[in-house]
Design a protein around this ligand. Structure first.
Ligand SMILES: Cc1cc2nc3c(=O)[nH]c(=O)nc-3n(C[C@H](O)[C@H](O)[C@H](O)COP(=O)(O)OP(=O)(O)OC[C@H]3O[C@@H](n4cnc5c(N)ncnc54)[C@H](O)[C@@H]3O)c2cc1C
Length: 436
């Protein structure tokens, strides 16, 4: 009898964990196929540390073949699903189309940058959702400070030394907190900047406080640390227009800058909206068993799925790694159950708390709802990340030790150009292919 084929689209928190658990449960009785544009699982929460030179990019990129040797990895971007013929269409990295049939399908394609209809933002802002954007930002910050150091015109120097982050959720808050420390250190290497005002960072959000949605004490800690560090935190304010010269804010002020970092949130990967199945807020609707109503052979999980939150009836689970990881495990168990191995289970998870790394010795955390800040929160945050990573722990820990002892490496590699990471991009996991 041929082995059933289980095709998983997306190797992020949800898809990687589905594949890992399925391999364990099936013990070789199933053909587990993972479709992903790249050959690694990206530990997204540590991206701000890659952008600011603490971690090298490969530390948070865990090899799929190296850690899931029983999974068949197909490199490519899925772009269609035929529910009648039970097949997925994809384009491989060399542009060839192929189709792969499935007995069970798991859609776990994650999310992409959210856009807002604000003039100039698509042209002048960069998002922060994937590795190419983090590598671009690291180079961009280094370049801006180096060019500010070489500028004769004080206005140019000021604009190049100003960085605006829009969105004070955990992504924007971490980017601003780490970014300020990084550019301050870079500026100290420039003889013309050393004795001037340090680089200026602004963190904006239309919400009344930073970290909206997270506990009040975490917001207070983050705002205190950011303000002490010199980040200008402006709440209740957003961008009205972005231009090549800077940004006009909704309170009328104009901020000259060449750096607009867009962290307003994410939207589900557009793939799930194109399949012809029911969606809620762009996420694919599933039942409490994470299967698509009317299609018991199709499952969805993670940011791309609208999963009923059984602890908050009427709500769907938030887009977090914590949920995506556990949903992946539930999907694997329910697929095994569909072949008679074990019982189906409903997805239910109560948040274990959250961690926000603020750079240096600072963090805000609430493990198991215990409020923590300062170095203790930092230790918990780093310990949590190391425990949560499915590989590369020693290398990541070694980078942290090196960063504590040495100064950051301020060099631009120039490998990711600005136009390779447009904000409007349905695949932020890869740099856009440029002709010429
Ligand atoms: C900077 C940042 C920091 C964060 N920090 C935290 C945190 O501290 N704690 C927390 O809980 N959450 C955090 N999050 C949110 C968390 O990263 C997401 O909720 C989580 O990654 C969702 O997991 P996922 O598997 O659904 O998607 P992802 O992890 O994004 O994985 C999706 C995968 O699908 C692939 N893919 C996409 N489209 C296709 C396609 N068409 N075909 C094939 N493959 C495709 C992608 O390449 C990717 O590998 C953070 C997010 C960001 C951006």
């Amino acid at each position: 009898m041929s082995r059933p084929r289980i095709v998983i689209v997306g190797a992020g928190f949800a898809g990687y964990q589905t594949a890992r658990t399925l391999c364990r449960l099936s013990k070789g009785a199933a053909d587990v196929v993972l479709i992903n544009p790249h050959d690694y699982f990206l530990y997204v929460p540590l991206l701000p540390e890659v952008a600011t030179g603490i971690l090298e990019p490969r530390r948070i990129s865990v090899s799929i073949p190296g850690t899931l040797p029983d999974v068949r990895l197909i490199l490519g971007e899925a772009d269609s699903v035929d529910l009648t013929r039970r097949s997925v269409g994809l384009v491989d990295p060399e542009g060839h189309r192929r189709e792969i049939s499935y007995d069970r399908l798991v859609l776990a394609a994650g999310s992409v940058n959210k856009l807002l209809p604000i003039p100039g933002v698509t042209e002048h802002a960069h998002g922060f959702r994937g590795m190419p954007e983090a590598l671009y930002l690291r180079d961009h910050m280094t370049r801006q400070i180096e060019m500010a150091g070489a500028a004769d015109d004080p206005e140019e120097r000021a604009a190049r030394s100003t960085f605006v982050v829009v969105g004070a959720g955990y992504t924007g808050t971490e980017v601003a907190a780490h970014g300020k420390l990084f550019t301050d250190e870079l500026a100290r290497t420039q003889p013309t900047l050393r004795d001037r005002e340090p680089p200026r960072w602004k963190l904006l959000d239309i919400a009344p406080r930073v970290l909206p949605g997270l506990p009040e004490h975490m917001a207070e800690t983050a705002e205190r640390v950011l303000t002490r560090r010199g980040v200008e935190v402006s709440m209740g304010v957003s961008v009205e227009e972005a231009t090549k010269e800077g940004v006009r804010l909704t309170d009328g002020r104009f901020v000259p800058t060449h750096s607009l970092i867009w962290c307003v949130g994410v939207r589900p990967d557009p793939l799930v909206g194109d399949i012809g199945l029911e969606t809620a807020k762009g996420r694919l609707c599933v039942d409490a068993y994470l299967s698509v109503p009317g299609h018991p052979e199709v499952f969805a999980c993670g940011d791309a799925a609208a999963v009923p939150d059984l602890n908050n009836p009427g709500e769907i689970t938030p887009m977090t790694a914590q949920h995506a990881w556990r949903q992946g495990r539930t999907v694997a168990h329910n697929i095994a159950a569909s072949y008679g191995r074990g019982e189906r289970r409903r997805y239910r998870h109560r948040d274990l708390g959250f961690v926000v790394d603020l750079g240096g010795f600072q963090a805000a955390a609430n493990p198991l709802q215990v409020p923590l800040s300062g170095p203790v929160a930092k230790a918990v945050t780093r310990g949590y990340h190391l425990a949560a990573m499915p590989g590369n722990r020693v290398r990541t820990g070694a980078d942290w030790l090196l960063d504590a002892a040495l100064s950051r490496q301020a060099v631009q590699m120039g490998l990711v150009r600005s136009d390779a990471v447009p904000l409007e991009n349905n695949a932020p996991e890869l740099p856009v292919r440029l002709s010429g």
